[in-house]
Design a protein around this ligand. Structure first.
Ligand code: IPM
Ligand code: MN
Length: 365
């Protein structure tokens, strides 16, 4: 029996609903496989915790998590109607990304059969892109300040921090990922035409790292024209590496292009496994949907799939991906974001049923 230890944060908004769905899928996998167990420990940190205590998590939260010996963290969205976003995010998610050195944010964007893209001719432009987003520094370094409030001389500074170590490692990860996954092209997303210091540096490092991967093709695209390329010629985009902010923006575009924010997963990785990695849907807390059992749980369930892959449970990961694909392709169960009326529970049960019919599991039963 293989035991994995997961920290689970339902967090805010529709989080408890999509996380319950994800846990149901994990339980189904345990039951079908028989040889793995996911020991979960749930944490109530988030905006409710803030309302009660004035902090999103305890002061020693990261240490508690580290001591817990978790291989991974499964997390719902963070964000509240009543607390400013920068307070909630800098109180929980961003300190975890930085503190646990989760310097890669891996975000697949693939258009699945049965899901409509807003693009006019999606068949001619299949979408299968992977963003490798720098996740520990750059525009999100958190360095800056604001002085002389409410006076004409008021100044706000938010400094962008690019280090050689931080830049090199994320680019290496992008090329390694491309190589390991049989992907041909790595695109460098940049803005070195206007940002002559940090982005020219970013390009230099990209060039240096690319030299070490002669089998991998590479190209370069300014972030503004990257948005146009993703819309007009998404079939030319394969793996791309982007700074923290650029990756953030481009992956919402990618999610919309592939059909719904309700489908898009993400993995915040510490590739060295010194700290636990964090898996989370890229959508927000969706206040308008809370408590109504209508949110699409697939983004969170697909994030579980990325978690399984990261744990090295490739067979389980492949089965789960296949089950997700089956449910979407058949279109019998569709949540509102996909034009249907099915509930979160319906969708989750459909994935569990699809898992049951996976040949490998069916055989073992
Ligand atoms: C994301 C989110 C976060 C980010 C926010 C909530 C801080 O938009 O994971 O894409 O910008 O990274
Ligand atoms: Mn985002």
């Amino acid at each position: 029996m293989k035991n994995y230890h997961l920290a689970v944060f339902p967090a805010d908004g529709i989080g408890p609903e999509v996380i319950a769905a994800s846990r149901q899928v994990l339980r189904k996998l345990e039951q079908l496989h028989g040889g793995v167990r996911f020991e979960t420990r749930e944490y109530g940190w988030g905006s409710d915790h803030y309302e009660r205590t004035g902090a999103m998590m305890p002061a020693d939260g990261l240490r508690q998590l580290e001591k817990g010996g978790f291989e991974a963290i499964l997390m719902g969205p963070v964000g509240s109607r009543t607390i400013p976003d920068h307070v909630t995010l800098w109180g929980l998610l961003l300190p975890i990304r930085q503190g646990f050195d989760q310097y890669v944010n891996l975000r697949p964007m693939r258009q699945l059969d049965g899901v409509a893209s807003p693009l006019r001719n999606p068949a001619g432009h299949p979408i299968d892109m992977v963003c490798i987003r720098e996740n520990s520094e750059g525009e999100y370094a958190g360095v800056g300040g604001r002085v002389h409030r409410q006076r004409p001389q008021e100044v706000a500074l938010q400094s962008i921090v690019f280090t050689r170590t931080g830049t090199e490692r994320v680019m290496r990860f992008a090329f390694d990922y491309a190589r390991q996954h049989g992907r041909r092209l790595v695109t460098n997303v940049t803005k070195s035409n206007s940002m002559q210091h940090n982005m020219v540096f970013w390009d230099d490092i990209f060039q240096e790292v690319a030299t070490g991967y002669p089998a991998q093709a590479s190209d370069q695209q300014l972030v503004d024209s990257m948005t146009a390329r993703m819309v007009s010629q998404p079939e030319t985009v394969d793996v791309f590496v982007a700074s923290n902010l650029f990756g953030d923006i481009l992956t919402d575009l990618g999610a919309a292009l592939t059909g719904s924010m309700g489908l898009a997963p993400s993995a915040n990785l510490n590739p060295e496994r010194r700290y636990p990695s964090l898996f989370q849907a890229i959508h927000g807390s969706a206040f308008d949907l809370v408590g109504r059992n209508v949110a699409n749980p697939i983004a969170s369930i697909w994030s579980v799939q990325l978690l399984l892959e990261f744990l090295g449970e490739t067979e389980l990961a492949a089965r789960l991906m296949h089950a997700i694909e089956t449910v979407l392709r058949e279109q019998r169960v569709r949540t509102r974001d996909l034009g249907g009326t099915s509930s979160t529970t319906d969708m989750t049960e459909a994935v569990c049923r699809a898992l049951e019919t996976e040949p490998v599991f069916a055989k073992g039963r």
